[in-house]
Ligand binder design. Structure first.
Ligand code: HEM
Length: 122
């Protein structure tokens, strides 16, 4: 396991902790925003240090394409979770949307981590 995959696994554990604390907004919200920031950090790192976008553009494997798709969806869903979560916190409305997006988010975030094992050359 590379250091970046280990880091990403720890962020995924943080997401699980945040979901477990979903009924306590004062813990849930900062944990989820921290996970978002930490995941954005690895995107920036992978681009600057490894030219991730450039490598994907030149002859990507199917698994790499799947990985990039679920990873991109994850980042977009973080933004959607923040928007719906903010609305839920401020108005008490949109709980069903936040919950439905959370399920899709978790599938994408877990799939991103699992497929990351197949994207790193040995
Ligand atoms: C990827 C990030 C996130 C995930 C996976 C997630 C997931 C969830 C889930 C599953 C619930 C329970 C919904 C239900 O009642 O069935 C919840 C509740 C909630 N979330 Fe999030 N959330 C995320 C981010 C955020 C963010 C960024 C905010 C605020 C800006 C937020 C605010 C809330 C609030 C206010 C509740 C209701 C808490 C209560 O019951 O009092 N969430 N979240």
């Amino acid at each position: 396991m590379t250091p970046v995959i280990a880091y990403s696994g720890l962020v995924l554990l943080l997401v699980f902790v945040g979901v477990a604390l979903r009924k306590r907004p004062r813990a849930h919200i900062p944990i989820m925003l921290t996970a978002f920031a930490l995941d954005l950090g690895s995107v920036v790192y992978l681009q600057l240090a490894r030219n991730a976008v450039g490598k994907t553009a030149s002859s990507p494997s199917t698994l790499l394409l799947v990985h990039v798709t679920v990873a991109t969806a994850t980042i977009l869903l973080y933004a959607a979770m923040t928007a719906t979560g903010w609305r839920l916190a401020a108005t008490g409305r949109g709980r069903a949307a936040h919950r439905t997006l959370a399920r899709i988010f978790l599938v994408c975030r877990i799939a991103t981590w699992v497929t990351s094992f197949f994207t790193t050359p040995a």
